[in-house]
Design a protein around this ligand. Structure first.
Ligand code: ADP
Ligand code: MG
Length: 384
């Protein structure tokens, strides 16, 4: 198999380390097809992995220390066992966090030299952080001869992000980066960790998914995320359930009647209806009715905009313009307050739809967005 990105990173490794790598591995970024802010409510999500990925060349070292070079920021960082302290700063904390999580789990991690390169946009909500963790985990597990089940790998990568880096994320990103398959989305039950590979053969349906990065600088993301989370947890306590996952669509009206805060009611309505939309999406995809995803995407966006209030003007304009330009359906993807949208569009029309969004952005005085076609791709793996 020829893989230009693998060859390039192997060449970089040779140049920087002065020897050939023992192998090349990769782990992708992801877009969430549907299921937003449901993960920390023990609910359902359905991401798919992107072609965009972190590609990493690695070789074992004689001693138990690690060096990692990112071609993207042209930086090399080294650390040893004594440096593995949660709260480490810098981009290398995602790599060190994986070593730490593996060791916390009782694994013996070999020292290694790593050189990586990425085409996942950073900080765009496509989970470059999970790609970095999952790529690191895959290469280090292989070099150390560790046999770890895929879901256990995802949970270790999440632990690195939560406990070592200090970002309180759900399991979705690491599960997607580890477990996804080409031409499939990944259904994940965030309570039971049950997964299902759901067919998403866009080409045979004559469709494609446009991923458009609004490039809106994220503002207030951490504090808004925290208040949404707190509101959901408070609502679950009032309703006497362990998480909002336990309220289903049939019980929604009753639950809303027991809450007297209007904001909280709307937060609950988003989570409950979004969970129902994920289950509906699993059903339509299972029956090969990909076009029927469109109204679910639209309803998800309206719910995020009106009930959960996590969209921003650039994101709303991108979604509206995508629809006006011929998208069957569109929604913001990711945690919100900026980031990316996805739009289900006829095959071959992504550039034209993105161009119209670019024009609408210019008219509104917004900066130029970026875009690509989101191709459901495999999760973390060894390339050669
Ligand atoms: P997202 O996951 O949405 O892309 P995050 O803020 O969670 O955004 O993660 C982005 C961070 O991950 C970057 O600021 C950097 O620290 C780290 N990172 C991701 N990819 C790379 C890379 N290729 N090289 C160096 N650091 C990276
Ligand atoms: Mg991230």
């Amino acid at each position: 198999m020829t893989d230009a990105r693998a060859d390039a990173v192997a060449d970089s490794f040779q140049e920087i380390i002065g020897a050939a790598p023992a192998g090349v591995w990769a782990a992708p970024g992801r877009a969430n097809l549907i299921g937003e802010h449901t993960d920390y409510n023990d609910g359902f999500v359905m991401p798919f992995a992107l072609e965009q990925r972190i590609t990493v060349a690695g070789a074992p070292r004689g001693e138990r220390t690690w060096s990692v070079t990112s071609v993207n920021n042209d930086d090399t960082q080294s650390f040893g066992p004594d440096d593995l302290v949660p709260g480490m700063s810098g981009w290398q904390s995602y790599v060190a966090g994986v070593v730490w999580a593996l060791e916390q789990d009782g694994h013996d991690v070999r020292g290694a030299d790593l050189v990586l390169s990425s085409d996942v946009p950073l900080g765009a909500g496509l989970s470059s952080s999970a790609a970095l963790e999952c790529a690191t985990l895959t290469v280090l597990a292989d070099l150390s001869g560790l046999e770890i089940e895929p879901m256990a790998r995802a949970r270790l990568a999440r632990r690195a992000e939560n406990e070592f880096v200090g970002a309180p994320t759900g399991l979705m990103d690491q599960a997607a980066s580890t477990l996804c398959r080409a031409e499939h989305a990944l259904f994940l039950d965030c309570r039971s960790f049950e997964t299902r590979h759901v067919p998403l053969d866009l080409a045979s349906a004559g469709l494609e998914i446009l991923v458009l990065d609004t490039r809106t600088p994220h503002a207030l993301v951490d504090s808004e995320y925290a208040t949404r989370r707190a509101s959901c947890e408070a609502a679950a306590r009032i309703l006497g359930v362990s998480a909002l996952r336990d309220v289903d669509a049939a019980g929604l009206d009753d639950a809303l009647g027991r809450l007297d805060d209007d904001v909280m009611r709307r937060r609950v309505r988003h989570v409950v209806t979004e969970n129902a939309r994920v289950l509906a999406a699993v059903e339509v995809l299972g029956e090969g009715r990909i076009a029927d995803l469109a109204p679910l995407l639209d309803a998800s966006h309206a719910s995020m905009r009106d009930d959960f209030e996590i969209t921003v003007p650039t994101v709303d304009l991108a979604v509206e313009t995508a629809r006006a330009a011929g998208a069957l359906g569109a929604r913001m993807t990711g945690g919100g307050f900026g980031g990316c949208i996805i739009a289900l569009v006829p095959a071959g029309t992504s550039d034209a739809v993105a161009e119209q969004i670019g024009r609408a952005f210019a008219d509104a005085g917004f900066g130029a967005p970026a875009h690509f076609v989101g191709i459901p791709s495999p999760g973390a793996r060894r390339l050669g």
